[in-house]
Design a protein around this ligand. Structure first.
Ligand code: NAD
Ligand code: MG
Length: 474
């Protein structure tokens, strides 16, 4: 293994305020009730800033601002709305270095990922939906599709700015106004985005950002003047939101968890499959709803593949997220670390065999070594539940039919991967997998033009692509 000298990205490209207010009606404003909370850098536990926590009255002000802005915004010709979205996309590109550092600081993800994956995808998403804004009549939803109204959007902490883009870009392109609540451990890039909106001279009230914890999210989705609710996060909270929204006439889209199968057939090129497995489960510390968290490998190549995988895992570098050589950053929060730790302990107790490469964890912050479990059966909790961390469960199969049955044996259905040399095998297997996205000889590839979403407990509705417009059209 090579020795790498430290190659830190400069954190001084971002200037942080010591405290942040809510972004309502085009201005930052302290919470009138609800107080404040702190957001930390999970790699060091250093407090980054104090952030306003929105109470019911604050959420009410944000929704009222979005309602006032809706009339004018929705009446603009699509080509005018597009100009704002193009402008936002360009400002994000111009400020992407700043934003990438901020995202890594607040979330713990490696700078290589925030710089090379998150930020380019965020900008691409705004460019893509900017392109739709004046073409809605040709999107397949009738000659004069109308916006729904005020969208209340609640997002998680794993891809803070990218999930914001997935929610806000299609909503604005179609003429809706929004109130968005970022996750309580990662509010800073959304507040930075508020500043981007001001820089783009977006009319006040079109985008409002309310920070706070789950209760702030609950006020938002229950607010009577919200017409559309969009949520990404845990299945548990998704269920609760579905109950709140039921019978109110509000439109709802949910993007929940996953337990994706990554299926490797005996004819797959082993080295490429190993790269895909590593990318599938260790990308973003495994904090990925579509992570390839169940490896299904054909028995005849299992041993060879596992040896190769372990060798590759021994070269992964864990540590400072701002170091450009880092592959695995910090776990997002103490709570998430506790959840990963608990589920992996259960994995051991249930009889699966645990392995991690030699890996030194920093003293401060929240860390978890990349881990695989072999000897996993379908009944094990680590094969059924979303761990949302750098933990891979390995199962084997003998025939394609067995692979498909095992892959589909999950309450989720968000994504899957297939590795084989044969195109016919890819098509035959993909056709039988109950998953919203199936990757062939690759994994975790995203494109704004491609719809994303789940079956079963992974949620409903699609984000991205032409399909993603539908969630925001009446
Ligand atoms: P969560 O579902 O609790 O949080 C997601 C967002 O919902 C946050 O903004 C949170 O403040 C908000 N929220 C919480 N309770 C709410 C409520 N009652 N009403 C409205 N909004 C509410 O997720 P978590 O606790 O951060 O993570 C728990 C588990 O969820 C993870 O271990 C993982 O398995 C899963 N998860 C999935 C995704 C995904 O992208 N699908 C993202 C994050 C977490
Ligand atoms: Mg944080």
């Amino acid at each position: 293994m090579f020795e790498y000298a430290p190659a830190p990205e400069s954190r001084s490209v971002v200037s942080l305020d010591s405290s942040y207010g809510l972004f309502i009606d085009g201005a930052f404003d302290p919470a009138r009730e609800g107080g404040t909370f702190k957001t930390v850098n999970p790699a060091s536990e250093e407090v980054l800033a104090e952030v306003a926590s929105a109470g019911p009255e604050d959420v009410d002000r944000a929704v009222a601002a979005a309602r006032r802005a809706f009339g004018q915004w929705s009446a603009l010709p699509g080509s005018e709305r597009a100009k704002y979205l193009f402008r936002i996309a360009r400002i994000i590109q111009e400020r992407s270095r700043e934003l990438a550092v901020l995202e890594s600081l607040d979330n713990g993800k490696p700078i290589r990922e925030s710089r090379d994956v998150d930020l380019p995808l965020v900008a691409a998403h705004f460019f893509y939906y900017a392109g739709w804004a004046d073409k809605l009549a040709y999107a397949g939803f009738g000659p004069d599709p109308r916006p729904i109204g005020v969208a209340g959007q609640v997002i998680p902490w794993n891809f803070p700015l990218l999930m914001l883009a997935w929610k806000i870009a299609p909503a604005l392109a179609t003429g809706n106004t929004v109130v968005l609540k970022p996750a309580e451990t990662t509010p800073l890039s959304a507040l930075f985005f508020a500043d981007v909106c001001r820089q783009a001279e977006l009319p006040p009230g079109v985008v409002n950002i309310v920070t706070g914890a789950g209760d702030t999210g609950a006020y938002l989705v229950a607010h009577p003047d919200v017409d559309k609710v969009a949520f990404t996060g845990s299945t548990e909270v998704g269920r609760e939101i579905a109950r709140t929204v039921a019978g109110t006439g509000k439109r709802l889209s949910l993007e929940l968890g996953g337990k994706a199968a990554n299926i490797v057939f005996d004819d797959a090129p082993i080295d490429q499959a190993v790269e895909g497995i590593v990318n599938g489960i260790f990308f973003n510390q495994g904090h990925v709803c579509c992570a390839g968290s169940r490896l299904l490998v054909q028995e005849s190549v299992a041993q060879e593949l596992l040896e190769s995988l372990k060798r590759r895992m021994s070269t992964l570098r864990l540590g400072d997220p701002l170091d450009k050589n880092t592959d695995i950053g910090a776990i997002n929060s103490a709570a998430q670390l506790a959840r990963i730790t608990e589920l992996t302990e259960i994995g051991g107790q249930e009889g699966a065999e645990r392995w991690s490469p030699a890996c030194e964890l920093p003293d401060r912050g929240f860390w978890f070594a990349p881990t695989i479990f072999t000897g996993v059966t379908q009944a094990h909790r680590i094969a059924r539940e979303e761990i949302f961390g750098p933990v891979l469960s390995v199962l084997t199969f003998r025939t394609p039919a067995e692979a498909i049955e095992k892959a589909n044996n999950t309450p989720y259905g968000l994504s899957a991967g297939v590795w084989t040399e044969k195109g016919s095998q890819i098509l035959a297997v993909a056709d039988k997998l109950r998953a919203g996205v199936v990757w062939a000889n690759t994994f975790n590839k995203f494109d704004p033009a491609s719809p994303f979403g789940g079956y079963k407990e992974s949620g409903y509705g699609r984000e991205g692509g032409r399909h993603g417009l539908e969630a925001y059209l009446a």
